[in-house]
Design a protein around this ligand. Structure first.
Ligand code: ATP
Length: 333
């Protein structure tokens, strides 16, 4: 019999986490269970930052970015002692099961908890969208819309001043934001960690486009896109700085760079993120109510699916390279 549900958000904040928390709280009550906040992710779990929530505690948060429950990283949780302490705190507060809302690091923590006998279900929330077994993670759609909006504005200046703009977005290991916002924002080149690129080839393409009358360009680059060391310079710390310098030197075109940084995380969640968060959280609470554990809920082809955490964490999330090829075709015409 599951009575008390602990709810936590962990890893980088993502818009839609609040919508998920709201649904988790109200669904727990719907199933006759008591929702509890575990503040600051695993950090707060170890410290026993656990308090009851009710339907009113989550009023007026569906439209807010960030997370009401706060988020924090916890190195202590990576140790056996830290995890034992976390389990002890859950027992002290009579928490029977936990909902984890976060990215793959948070999922690994949840898997450890499951192995220690804590019932746990995860739902994916990360702007990087780098979790397998779900098409999208909560927060990705909002982030990519924010980037597209920024690119729209940058394009006005790029076209007025006839410049090349290099726009750097988040994604240390994953090119989802760059790829989706690049295609949707009409970028002329998209540089992502998953696909090697040559700066010399990119410069040649810009010159070809210029010869056809194109007077401004947008190059979208993910922060982790390190390129091909054999062809052109290897970008190091901030790839956009290196790429913009290289392009300006090689082509002579006036080039500017913009690092969008943390504006990509927050903001009111999009419809897609609110719907995804609400559906995933409801289903996760239903599974906890049924006594299930060690699972994640994802959405694949618009349908909710439940996966074993072990399986999900062993899979590599694949980018759909059709987006990449389409963008290249459109930029080359
Ligand atoms: P995002 O990538 O969007 O920031 P995330 O969930 O991957 O989200 P992390 O910082 O990697 O973010 O993980 C959040 C927390 O989960 C960590 O601070 C740590 O306490 C715990 N965690 C991460 N990796 C592991 C692991 N391998 N085993 C156990 N716990 C982990």
């Amino acid at each position: 019999m599951i009575k008390r549900i602990g709810i936590l958000t962990s890893g980088g904040d993502a818009s839609g986490m609040n919508a998920a928390v709201r649904t988790a709280v109200r669904s727990s009550i719907h199933f006759g269970m008591e929702p509890y906040a575990i503040y600051r992710g695993y950090h707060g779990m170890i410290r026993g930052e656990i308090e009851p929530l009710n339907s009113r505690s989550v009023s007026g948060i569906i439209q807010r970015g960030g997370t009401l429950l706060k988020s924090a990283r916890s190195d202590q949780f990576l140790t056996a002692e830290g995890q034992a302490k976390a389990v002890e705190k859950l027992k002290e507060h009579d928490i029977d099961a936990v909902l984890v809302i976060g990215g793959d690091g948070s999922f690994r923590g949840a898997q450890d908890l499951d192995e220690l006998g804590v019932r746990v279900i995860c739902i994916p929330a990360t702007i990087d969208n780098d979790i397998a077994c779900t098409d999208y993670a909560i927060g990705f759609d909002t982030a990519v819309n924010t980037v597209m909006d920024a690119v729209n504005k940058i394009r006005d200046t790029a076209s007025s001043h006839e410049r090349v703009y290099v726009v750097e977005v988040m994604g240390r290991h994953s090119g989802f934001i760059a790829l989706y916002a690049g295609l949707a924002g009409g970028a002329d080149a998209i540089l992502i960690p998953e696909v090697p690129y040559s700066l010399d080839d990119i410069c040649s393409k810009l010159q070809e486009a210029n010869a056809k009358g194109k007077t401004h360009s947008i190059i979208m680059i993910a922060e982790g896109a390190t390129g091909d060391p054999e062809a052109g310079r290897l970008p190091q710390d901030s790839p956009s700085v290196q790429v913009s310098q290289y392009v300006q030197e090689r082509t002579g075109y006036e080039t500017r760079m913009t690092i969008l940084g943390h504006i990509q995380r927050g903001g009111s969640p999009t419809v897609n993120d609110r719907l995804l968060a609400s559906r995933l959280a409801y289903h996760a609470i239903e599974l906890l109510h049924q006594g299930k554990s060690g699972k994640m809920v994802g959405e694949v082809d618009h349908r909710l699916k439940t996966w074993d955490l072990h399986y999900a964490l062993a899979q590599e999330k694949q980018l759909d390279l059709e987006y990449y090829h389409l963008s290249n075709i459109l930029a080359s015409i």
